[in-house]
Write a protein that binds this ligand. Structure first.
Ligand code: MG
Length: 203
């Protein structure tokens, strides 16, 4: 199982990062050991002084496939959840400046908390999913999937040209504007529509 993450998939977030709006999806991966489930606490790692939250819709891949054509891509996912793409922003900045890979900033242990996953058919409109993140009871990020530059069909067809998708893989679809730091003691609660998806603490 692997975790595929899309970067800069919301225009306002690309702007806040002072990054260009991409013409093709930008992706990177996190290993299975990044996964943190069941509202377990996130332990602030010792190698960073600037861990940021990025709340993202997460889709689960339900079929194996490579070179998937866009018109068939929607049969490759049926379930959605909510996750945080924890990022060591200080290390990421250093990697970007030096043109180095991002793994130390993105792929570290427990960097991908993910909620329970549920069928997208439970939602009114799978292309118009509202989600938000509360930090210590205050809304810090909110987004709607219709604002994604690349939708799940674009992502599946693009990524599967390079990396075979397998049943059970997770796709983090990018974060909306409003990313920011966490500190020890913070509580993070995420919602899809009105439904609480996760609720955990930074320790
Ligand atoms: Mg992200």
């Amino acid at each position: 199982m692997k975790i595929i993450c899309i970067g800069r998939n919301y225009i306002d977030h690309a702007k806040e990062m002072k990054s260009p709006v991409p013409k093709k999806p930008v992706f990177f991966m996190k290993p299975e050991t990044a996964l943190l489930t069941k509202n377990r606490p996130f332990y602030y790692p010792p190698f960073s002084k600037e861990i940021h939250y990025e709340v993202e819709l997460v889709f689960k891949i339900t079929r194996n496939g490579k070179h998937i054509r866009k018109e068939f891509a929607d049969s490759y996912y049926k379930e959605v959840g909510l996750g945080i793409d924890f990022t060591a922003r200080d290390l990421q900045r250093e990697c970007k400046e030096k043109g180095l890979p991002w793994e130390i900033a993105k792929a570290f242990t427990d960097s991908a908390p993910v909620s329970e996953i549920f069928p997208v058919t439970k939602l009114k409109d799978k292309d118009n999913i509202h989600f938000h993140l509360e930090k210590n009871g205050k809304i810090v990020q909110q987004g709607v999937s219709s604002d994604m530059i690349f939708n799940m069909e674009d992502i599946i067809s693009y990524v599967s040209q390079f990396v075979m998708l397998r049943m059970g893989d997770l796709v983090f679809t990018g974060t909306p504007v409003g990313v920011g730091p966490v500190k020890i003691g913070d509580s993070l609660v995420g919602f899809i529509e009105d439904k609480e998806m996760f609720n955990f603490e930074v320790k």
